[in-house]
Design a protein around this ligand. Structure first.
Ligand SMILES: C[S@@+](CC[C@H](N)C(=O)[O-])C[C@H]1O[C@@H](n2cnc3c(N)ncnc32)[C@H](O)[C@@H]1O
Length: 227
């Protein structure tokens, strides 16, 4: 039987709207940070992605979390809600306008003892980390994902999960490179390289999820890092 969804856009606009408006809003400070970001166009994960991450964290209860790309601390605050007293979250950002606001937001929620904010470029900071994380959320400069991937895999425990955000490049990821504007061609090429190495790996389980601009999820299943 024909699967008619195969010939339609993956996520219809009305469904995106439903995912944003039909799912319960967050509460308290997390909801306030989300609204603050959305009102000002600060790039935080969309509501449907946030609901998924909230569901995943509630289900898996990761206790050591690493985030690359804090912005003003929306996704970090959301994930930190699921930490037990001995759990902790480390988040990295290099842009003071963002991380100063994140610090205020963490303090307001009394999360300073559970969230460690590292200020600087992930390229410099990741090699200095030495912990086995249950969950890593990578949501930073897209052209760098492929460069950070081996460090993320090194830092994941076996069975740990890496979530990479925004991997469909606004739906243009499969377009011919010649049709991609020059200013974003490098991102397009690097994201395609990322898909190629991850999706063909037999060492680690992976899947794509069409939430927001696409999530690529990888479950570390061996100590062999083939990318
Ligand atoms: C999309 S925002 C993160 C949103 C956040 N995860 C949320 O949903 O609440 C991306 C952030 O990554 C940071 N960033 C980009 N490249 C980076 C790098 N190489 N090292 C550290 N931070 C980086 C930017 O400063 C920006 O604040």
């Amino acid at each position: 039987m024909l699967n008619e969804m195969m010939h339609r856009p993956v996520v219809m606009e009305s469904i995106v709207q439903f995912m944003r408006e039909g799912q319960l809003p967050f509460e308290g400070q997390v909801a306030e940070i989300e609204a603050y970001a959305n009102e000002r166009g600060i790039p935080v994960i969309p509501h449907e992605t946030a609901k998924f991450i909230d569901f995943l964290c509630a289900s898996l209860q990761p206790q050591r979390i690493l985030e690359i790309g804090t912005a003003i601390g929306f996704s970090a605050s959301l994930m930190a809600q699921h930490l037990r007293n001995d759990g902790h979250l480390t988040t990295i950002d290099r842009y003071p306008d963002m991380y100063e606001r994140a610090k205020e937001n963490f303090a307001k929620q009394g999360l300073n003892n559970r969230i460690e904010l590292l200020e600087g470029d992930a390229a410099d900071l990741l090699p200095q980390l030495d912990e086995a994380y249950d969950l890593i959320f990578m949501d930073s400069a897209k052209a760098k994902y492929i460069e950070f991937l081996p460090e993320c895999m090194r830092l994941l425990r076996l069975g740990g999960i890496l979530i990479i955000d925004d991997v469909f490049q606004g739906g243009t990821i499969l377009h011919d490179e010649k049709k991609i504007p020059k200013r974003v061609r490098k991102i397009h090429r690097k994201l395609n390289e990322l898909h190629q190495v991850v999706l063909t790996s037999k060492e680690h389980r992976s899947c794509l999820i069409p939430l927001g601009d696409g999530l690529l999820m990888i479950r570390k299943e061996s100590d062999k890092i083939d990318f």
